[in-house]
Design a protein around this ligand. Structure first.
Ligand code: HEC
Length: 115
């Protein structure tokens, strides 16, 4: 596993990026998924680098066209899933470079946005 130096809770994406991700989600994912499905989803990934989650989604989704989006778009969609899970936003967008995604550890925020 790559050595990670940053936390997902450290503000690794922006609100604008998650809004873009929401639009992509609507277009490419919502036919099969309700956003609520992904509340709490990050718990399963705690301690792992974002790159693992990224590769998992990219290699399997959309189920009818795996890998069908650009790398940047997968990053944007992921940030929407972060937003659903209450992950705090920051000043910089999350890029799609492997080295960057390897560096961020998935952690669950204290307030996950769960009811
Ligand atoms: C054509 C239907 C379809 C589309 C479109 C689709 N998915 Fe899926 N997705 C599924 C099915 C069915 C599963 C469960 C089976 C599996 O894991 O392969 C799944 C599973 C998942 C999982 C794993 C959930 C879990 O509980 O482990 C994630 C994350 C996910 N999808 C994200 C996405 C994202 C993000 C998109 C849009 C880029 C997307 N999916 C588009 C059908 C779809």
């Amino acid at each position: 596993m790559p050595r990670q130096t940053r936390s997902l809770n450290g503000g690794v994406y922006t609100r604008e990026q998650a809004d873009r991700g929401a639009k992509l989600y609507k277009r490419f994912c919502s036919e099969c998924h309700q956003p609520d499905e992904f509340k709490g989803y990050l718990r399963r990934w705690v301690g792992l680098p974002v790159s693992y989650l990224y590769d998992s989604v990219r290699s399997t989704m959309p189920q009818d066209n795996p890998g069908g989006l650009s790398r940047k778009r997968y990053a944007d969609v992921l940030t929407y899933l972060f937003a659903i899970n209450g992950v705090p936003t920051g000043e910089q967008e999350m890029g799609a470079e492997v080295a960057l995604l390897d560096d961020i550890t998935i952690e669950v925020p204290a307030d996950e946005g769960l009811p």
